[in-house]
Design a protein around this ligand. Structure first.
Ligand code: SAM
Ligand code: SF4
Length: 445
């Protein structure tokens, strides 16, 4: 039996793609192994959102070449594969095959072709009409948490972003299929599903199938209600696009307890001038209005965001507006990135006039501001009891379990293994850098 080692870089969609590739490979008689050194085939699932992510791939194969006496078969899939295609064979010595983002259903065929003696095997083709989006239980990243893609691709073309080029146009999966998928996951013991896509709230299926009886102004809020009606314990969704984030989504959350207390809404910048150059489609005022509405909810919603600092033309005054936006919104957490020029995007041709040193300074400054407000927000948990899904034994201590709260905080707590897979009450005792620590308490706190 040939052994395959799969390594994943990048976002949740890549993790989800890898889970499906592993499912198909196991079905076709390959052994999916966590041990790279014994693998006959190494498959790297790549990210190209920032330049650094792409460099990681080249360095990774270089390291492999040094550590192995006999090179395994090497394949590259994901965004770098889609963008670079056959040119990767010139850039990476020892590469055997390249699989594009929508061709991942045919990885086994590519491997067979290489075994048959074909060289530089490339498949950048489209997804099969009957593509199977399901993941077998052993290939899921967690026994109790599952990613469910609802939309792929992106039509927004923010000027800095490579995703519309690497992932193609938006295509929504039928709601009836998504609901069937969630029901199956529920039956197999999954407690929390994450509806995923580059912009989940741009969800627009070609027909009503599965949404007929659910109210709401947009298909996404109706989908949320349809998924909530499956009775699955918890539903999270990620990422939401600010321009398409309407009040009906908040209504759906307010009315369904299993829609979790977490919204990820990337603001990118606090300056209208920069937002316009980024072609984000929102102003900071319109964004603040959405944040105000989210804060008005009777649910204690955790808000998280993405921010880019040092976008071409970002002045000190623009940056200060981002600082003010972070202070105003009081995010529970924020992913802050230094702008990274991506060839082929409109911003690549803009004058990247913020020096690397200045980008770094702005990054550190914003991180400081965010950490401060994050600490303030987290303080409110001290002494409180929150519901946590016990997902696994902690890597640090066998006496501790790790899981997430409904507001998507990572929580470590003293607990025993029988609790795994259950939502339990945890009284929070300590705030750590990126997590909370507490202890199990019986009943409601
Ligand atoms: N679709 C989501 C949205 O528009 O809000 C974001 C998806 S994108 C893959 C994830 C994050 O990567 C973005 O929100 C942005 O902050 C960051 N990002 C994308 N392109 C970038 C670039 N060229 N340089 C730095 N960060 C970038
Ligand atoms: Fe990239 Fe913008 Fe699409 Fe998000 S919405 S994936 S940032 S182009």
């Amino acid at each position: 039996m040939k052994k395959v080692y799969l390594e994943t870089f990048g976002c949740q969609m890549n993790v989800s793609d890898s889970e499906r590739v592993a499912t198909v490979l196991a079905d076709k008689g390959f052994e999916v192994t966590p041990d790279e050194l014994s693998a006959d085939i190494v498959l790297l699932n790549t990210c190209s959102v920032r330049e650094k992510a792409e460099h990681k791939l080249y360095a990774r194969v270089g390291r492999m070449r040094k550590s192995r006496q006999v090179m395994p078969m090497v394949g590259v899939m994901g965004c770098v594969a889609q963008l670079e295609g056959e040119t990767l064979f010139n850039k990476i010595e020892g590469l055997d095959f390249v699989i594009g983002t929508r061709a991942i259903g045919r990885v086994a065929e590519a491997i067979e072709k290489v075994y048959d003696g074909n060289r530089a095997v490339t498949d950048l083709g489209d997804r099969e009409k009957d593509y199977d989006w399901s993941v077998s239980d052993p290939q899921r990243h967690s026994r109790y948490v599952a990613f469910v893609p609802i939309i792929e691709g992106c039509n927004k073309f923010c000027t800095y972003c490579i995703v519309p080029f690497s992932r193609g146009r938006e295509e929504s999966l039928p709601a009836s299929e998504i609901v069937r998928h969630v029901l199956e996951l529920r039956r197999s013991g999954v407690k929390e599903v994450h509806l995923i896509g580059q912009n989940v709230n741009s969800y627009r299926p070609t027909n009503e199938s599965g949404l007929e009886t659910f109210p709401g102004a947009t298909p996404f809020s109706r989908l949320l209600r349809a998924v909530a009606a499956t009775g699955i314990e918890r539903i999270k969704f990620n990422t939401s696009f600010p321009r398409d984030f309407h009040a009906d989504i908040i209504d759906a959350i307010n009315e369904n307890k299993n829609l979790c207390n977490w919204v990820h809404l990337p603001v990118q910048s606090g300056s209208d001038r920069v937002l316009k150059r980024m072609k984000r489609g929102h102003t900071i005022e319109s964004y603040f209005k959405k944040i105000d509405k989210l804060k008005d909810s009777h649910r204690d919603l955790a808000l998280t965001t993405d921010i880019i600092v040092g976008f071409p033309g970002e002045s000190e005054a623009d940056f200060m507006e981002t600082v003010r936006a972070v202070e105003y919104c009081g995010f529970d957490s924020a992913y802050i990135f230094k702008y990274s020029p991506r060839p082929g995007t409109p911003a690549f041709t803009m004058d990247d006039d913020v020096s690397p040193g200045e980008k770094k300074l702005r990054f550190l400054e914003l991180e400081k501001v965010q950490k401060r407000s994050q600490q303030n927000r987290l303080q409110r948990y001290i002494g409180n009891t929150i519901e946590v899904l016990a997902e696994r034994v902690s890597a640090r201590s066998e006496d501790d379990l790790t899981g997430h709260s409904t507001c998507h905080k990572l929580v470590n707590f003293r607990g025993s293994q029988e609790m795994l897979g259950n939502v339990v009450n945890v009284r929070i005792r300590e705030i750590r850098t990126n997590s909370l620590f507490g202890e199990f308490v019986k009943g409601k706190g």
